[in-house]
Design a protein around this ligand. Structure first.
Ligand SMILES: NC(=O)c1ccc[n+]([C@@H]2O[C@H](COP(=O)([O-])OP(=O)(O)OC[C@H]3O[C@@H](n4cnc5c(N)ncnc54)[C@H](OP(=O)(O)O)[C@@H]3O)[C@@H](O)[C@H]2O)c1
Length: 254
């Protein structure tokens, strides 16, 4: 088993499904102790048991990261349990599509709360610990990987507010990268294309029929594990290599 992350600790938000679960599994395979953060405790417990059975270490943290106090408590519980934090994967996300005209604006609030405010709260709480890990950790480097999207680079009709959140994540990532890069906290963004997860399932039946299902029927989609491999490379890469941005998309979109 690879062990490039032995002795390090990772926190993955949105670890109860899709890309987050696959990433937590992969980081544990590389030797990291992993804090699994999301709202659905049962799913986190099942994943933690799987990681424990494979010889790893996982902590279940039931938290809604849109509540700043819960995001901060998730980071604190991780550090209390494992003593440090080397890697933050900001993965939790929500994608609700549809036209601006006639939109349910509560959906916008929910998306902004997870994709932007949740990411900010978790990052702000984690940063002092990551800076400390970069100073005295086994790898002398710490990582933040923000899971954005191709929708953080390319805008499409009906993706408006999802585009807004992911373009925002990309801009914030680049700014924070410049702020902390000299202190050996590497901040990067991973922008997946279509991945087979539950992400589309929260949309109305109309949006699923008109925008989401046709996309999946026309395109060869990626597996969550493909993205997890990308995250794993970003955080296990040699200290002297820089990746600020990584696109991973199906071949027929490239
Ligand atoms: N799938 C794709 O095609 C694709 C493409 C590009 C980018 N992405 C991005 O990849 C990331 C992961 O998405 P996915 O595709 O793996 O979708 P997913 O299967 O729906 O997973 C989303 C995760 O976010 C968590 N989450 C949502 N709201 C939360 C909250 N308030 N507090 C804590 N956790 C919350 C969910 O957990 P709970 O419900 O248990 O809280 C779940 O674990 C997202 O940022 C998404 O935008 C996905």
């Amino acid at each position: 088993m690879a062990s490039k992350l032995t002795g390090t600790v990772a926190l993955v938000t949105g670890a109860s499904s899709g890309i987050g679960a696959a990433t937590a599994r992969r980081l544990a395979e590389h030797g990291a102790s992993v804090a699994l953060v999301a709202r659905r405790r049962g799913r986190l417990e099942a994943l933690a048991a799987e990681i424990d059975n494979a010889g790893g270490a996982a902590l279940v943290v039931e938290a809604d990261i849109t509540d700043r106090a819960q995001a901060e408590a998730a980071v604190q519980q991780t550090v209390d349990r494992f003593g440090r934090l080397d890697t933050l994967v900001n993965n939790a996300g929500l994608m609700l599509l549809g036209p601006v005209l006639g939109a349910d604006t509560d959906e916008w609030d929910r998306m902004i709360a997870v994709n932007v405010q949740g990411l900010l709260s978790t990052t702000h709480a984690a940063l002092p610990h990551l800076l400390e890990a970069a100073e005295d950790g086994p790898r002398r480097v710490a990582d933040i990987v923000n899971i954005s999207s191709i929708a953080g680079r390319v805008a499409w009709n009906g993706y408006g507010v999802y585009n807004l959140t992911k373009f925002g994540v990309n801009g914030f990532t680049e700014s924070l990268r410049q702020e902390v890069t000299q202190r050996h906290v590497r901040v990067g963004v991973l922008e997946p294309g279509g991945v087979n997860t539950e992400l589309g399932s929260h949309n109305t039946p109309e949006v699923r029929n008109e925008m989401i299902d046709p996309f999946y029927q026309q395109t060869e989609v990626l597996a969550a594990e493909d993205i997890a491999d990308g995250v794993a490379y970003m955080v296990t890469r040699p200290r002297h290599t820089a990746i600020s941005e990584l696109w991973i998309m199906p071949t027929d979109q490239a």
